[in-house]
Ligand binder design. Structure first.
Ligand code: ADP
Ligand code: MG
Length: 280
């Protein structure tokens, strides 16, 4: 998933701890084979190529939540943004800004309403021509949750799972007041400053990092795309979300980076999802 995973855990039996951690990493590797869009043989890549197919339980579960976030954010988060990310990723690699025409063509494939799902057969159909799914803003969080689930199956509750900055933390480590996390605090002269925070039994995800961007005509374009314009974001905004699951934290952090309504953030708070936005 284009990132490193890290697990920290406490348990008196070190061989059990080792076994649990290695099984958790295996679970992440299995999920990578489903969700990776860098791997052209992943389940998601094959589904995007075919435009139609029966999906695994995992893909079904994450797609259901992704569609929910897509609809509630009114397309700020859009799981069908794949053709645009492909275009922008190439631009990042070649350090060459995409043409207006290429952006228009890719944008025309995007729109979560063009996905048809059949709960009975678990068949998924991508109705727009050239439409590609992209789980880059949600699957990492899901993998973090699943790794934590493996640890719990081993009876390990004092643990932290870190998927490239998307975190899930369990019970408090011995002698601590929680898991100490460095959290973006302010943006000063274009760079974030950090503060310490302590978390227990929650997930935390941050979006809008300042280092994954493409510079063009003095403007920075993020790897997060506004599906309505087809362009990488140019706002300098860092979003931190805490939520009961890392899948929710990951997805809503991306949605709020693009922009969601104030009223929705109030509803989300009632679901235990809290969104913090900092801007320069
Ligand atoms: P990070 O990988 O830095 O944690 P995100 O969680 O925000 O960042 O995920 C960014 C990835 O999500 C992009 O690389 C792309 O694959 C995908 N993506 C970009 N824009 C959107 C969007 N508007 N909706 C859904 N997914 C997106
Ligand atoms: Mg995200």
């Amino acid at each position: 998933m284009g990132t490193d995973f890290r697990i920290v855990l406490y348990h008196p039996d070190s061989s059990l701890a080792r076994e649990a951690a290695s099984e958790a990493f295996e679970r992440v590797a299995d999920l990578e084979n489903i969700f990776s869009d860098y791997d052209e043989n992943s389940e998601v890549s094959r589904l995007s190529d075919a435009g139609n197919g029966e999906v695994s339980d995992e893909l079904w579960e994450v797609l259901e939540y992704a569609l929910d976030v897509s609809a509630r954010s009114e397309g700020a988060f859009d799981v069908t943004v794949g053709a645009l990310t492909k275009l922008w990723r190439k631009a990042f690699r070649q350090k060459e800004f995409p043409s207006e025409r290429d952006i228009e063509v890719a944008k025309a494939t995007v729109g979560y309403k063009g996905i048809k799902t059949n709960p009975r057969t678990r068949n998924v159909k991508l109705k727009n021509k050239g439409m590609r799914l992209d789980f880059g803003a949600i699957a990492k969080g899901y993998a973090v949750d699943e790794a934590m689930e493996v640890l719990r199956d081993y009876g390990i509750y004092v643990a932290l799972v870190d998927g490239g900055g998307d975190l899930r933390v369990g019970n408090t480590p011995p002698g601590q007041k929680g898991w100490e996390i460095e959290q973006p605090d302010k943006i000063v002269n274009g760079e974030p400053t950090y503060k310490k925070a302590w978390y227990v039994n929650t997930a935390v995800a941050t979006s809008g990092d300042t280092y994954r961007y493409l510079e063009h005509d003095g403007k920075r374009y993020s790897h997060i795309i506004d599906p309505r314009t087809g362009m990488g974001l140019t706002n300098r905004r860092i979003v931190t979300v805490t939520a009961p699951t890392c899948m929710a934290a990951d997805a809503w952090a991306t949605a709020a980076s693009v922009g969601i309504k104030k009223l929705l953030t109030v509803d989300l708070r009632e679901e235990g999802i809290s969104i913090q936005i900092i801007e320069e």
